[in-house]
Design a protein around this ligand. Structure first.
Ligand code: SF4
Ligand code: SF4
Length: 128
């Protein structure tokens, strides 16, 4: 579509595209899941780093799995109460961890490329 007043090409809205989520494009992520680590949720990445550190330290004490589970549970409770290391967190429906409406599995939708309108990869959602 061409904007007659400016002569610029204007793309059709991509809301019905199966890759469209909150104005972002999921195509690359679905093609290579997990490849772009920069798209991961900052909070989940932080929790994962803390968990790895916890496991490294725990190894030195020769604890059983059950003891590890109890310790990690307590550590995670403290961790979850700490301030969230993300300025963009936005309370969602309470079903995700962390609770954020931009979270999709372990991906942050805000970090994905923006969709600029219908492109050659546009595919209609099956339930539209
Ligand atoms: S905005 Fe939400 S999903 Fe994105 S990094 Fe922050 S907490 Fe994670
Ligand atoms: S129209 Fe293109 S850029 Fe937009 S969401 Fe679909 S595939 Fe991605």
């Amino acid at each position: 579509m061409v904007d007659a007043t400016r002569g610029a090409v204007v793309r059709f809205p991509a809301i019905g595209c199966r890759y469209f989520q909150q104005g972002r494009c999921l195509y690359e992520e679905l093609l290579n899941p997990g490849l772009h680590t920069a798209w991961r949720c900052l909070v989940l990445a932080r929790w994962e780093a803390v968990y790895d550190d916890f496991l490294d330290r725990a190894e030195n004490f020769g604890l059983t799995e059950a003891e590890l589970g109890v310790l990690w549970h307590k550590r995670f409770e403290r961790l979850a109460e700490e301030s969230v290391p993300c300025p963009d967190v936005c309370a969602g429906d309470g079903e995700s961890m962390p609770e954020c409406r931009h979270l999709l599995a372990d991906i942050c939708l805000l970090r994905l490329p923006e969709c600029a309108g219908q492109c050659e990869r546009f595919r209609l959602r099956e339930n539209v």
